[in-house]
Design a protein around this ligand. Structure first.
Ligand code: ZN
Length: 300
C-alpha cells in the first residue's frame, strides 16, 4: 500500500515553466535535465511498487535529518524489515572500476553505493533515536533499460533492469501481516519529512521577461486555439478544453508569482490573449472568488 506519494519537486516544476518561457543558460538547462531525469526514473520505479499486493507500506521520497545530517530516501518499504531503494536513471554504457561508476567517456558518476550506505547508516541512527528496532536492507536500482554496466560487481546490493521482475516477485511474496508498530513508524517518518522548497539555484525572473501563452502540460510547447472551446498542442497534439487550460495556466502563474494579484488583465496577457477578457472572467469564477477592490476585481 502506498503510504506516502511522490510529488514533483517545486524546483522541477519551476524550471519546467522557465525553460519554456525564457532562455536558460546551458548550466541551468543541465541542472533541469538532471533533476527531471532523476524524477522520471523514480516514477518508473513507483509504477512497479504501486502494484505490490503484499502487506507492506511504501513511502516515496523522504527527506530526513538526524544529528545534523540530511538524507533522502527514494523509496522505503516497511515490512518486517525496512527495504531502502536508491533509484538511478543512468543511461548508456558505463563501467565499474575500483568501487566507482564511470560513464563511457570516463567521467566519474555519483556513487550510488556510497549514497545508499550513508542513507542506511543515518536511517538506523534515526530509528534508534526514536526507539525503533528494525533491520534494514538497501539496494541500488538501475531503472533505465538502456543502461549497461561493464565489469558490473557481483556482490554489491544492486538491482539491474533484468532483475526488476525478480525483485517485485520477492516483495510481493513477503509473508506476514503488519501491525501497529509498522504504522507508527510510517507515521513518524512522514511527520519528520522535510519539505525543502528552496530554489536557491534558480535565478531571479520577472513577469515581463517571460514568454506568454498556454503551455502544453505534457511537452511544454505553446498551445494553439483549435475551435471555440479547445486548445491543441502543435507538438504532441494533446487537446484540452480552454477552461481547463486557462485554469491550469493561472495555477502556474500563481506558483511563479505568488505575490501577484490575479486579474483578468494579467491572465489575458499571461495566456497570450487566447481568450477575451469576458470569457476569462467567466472561467476564473469557476474556481476562484472575485474580490472587488476599489475599481478593480481580482481573484483568489
Ligand atoms: Zn504537447
Amino acid at each position: 500500500m502506498i503510504f506516502k506519494s511522490r510529488f514533483e519537486r517545486g524546483e522541477i516544476t519551476l524550471l519546467k515553466s522557465l525553460n519554456a518561457r525564457m532562455d536558460l543558460t546551458d548550466e541551468e538547462k543541465k541542472n533541469f535535465m538532471f533533476l527531471k531525469k532523476g524524477f522520471d526514473g523514480e516514477l518508473m520505479f513507483d509504477a512497479l511498487t504501486v502494484k505490490l499486493q503484499s502487506d507492506c507500506l511504501v513511502l516515496n521520497d523522504l527527506l530526513l535529518e538526524v544529528g545534523g545530517g540530511r538524507f533522502q530516501i527514494d523509496t522505503l518499504i516497511i515490512h518486517e524489515k525496512l527495504y531502502i531503494f536508491e533509484v538511478k536513471n543512468y543511461e548508456g554504457n558505463c563501467y565499474f572500476e575500483s568501487g566507482n561508476f564511470y560513464s563511457s567517456s570516463g567521467v566519474v558518476l555519483k556513487n550510488a553505493l556510497n549514497q545508499l550506505n550513508r542513507c542506511e547508516t543515518l536511517l538506523r541512527q534515526l530509528l534508534q533515536k526514536h526507539g525503533f528496532k528494525f533491520s534494514t536492507e538497501g539496494q541500488v536500482v538501475f531503472i533505465n533499460p538502456e543502461f549497461f554496466l561493464y565489469q558490473a560487481p557481483r556482490h554489491e546490493p544492486i538491482v539491474y533492469t533484468p532483475q526488476l521482475n525478480q525483485l517485485m516477485k520477492k516483495l510481493n511474496s513477503l509473508p506476514g501481516k503488519l501491525n501497529g508498530k509498522h504504522l507508527k513508524l510510517a507515521e513518524l517518518l512522514v511527520s519528520l519529512h522535510i519539505t525543502e522548497d528552496s530554489y536557491s539555484r534558480v535565478r531571479h525572473y520577472g513577469f515581463g521577461q517571460l514568454r506568454k501563452g498556454v503551455l502544453c502540460p505534457v511537452c511544454q510547447s505553446f498551445m494553439e486555439r483549435s475551435g471555440l472551446k479547445i486548445l491543441v498542442c502543435p507538438s504532441c497534439r494533446l487537446e484540452e478544453s480552454v477552461d481547463a487550460a486557462v485554469l491550469r495556466s493561472v495555477e502556474e502563474l500563481r506558483f511563479l508569482f505568488p505575490e501577484m494579484r490575479v486579474t483578468t488583465r494579467v491572465v489575458e496577457e499571461w495566456c497570450g490573449g487566447i481568450c477575451s477578457p469576458k470569457a476569462l472572467g467567466r472561467i476564473l469564477r469557476l474556481r476562484y472568488k472575485a474580490i472587488s477592490y476599489r475599481r478593480w476585481v481580482y481573484f483568489e
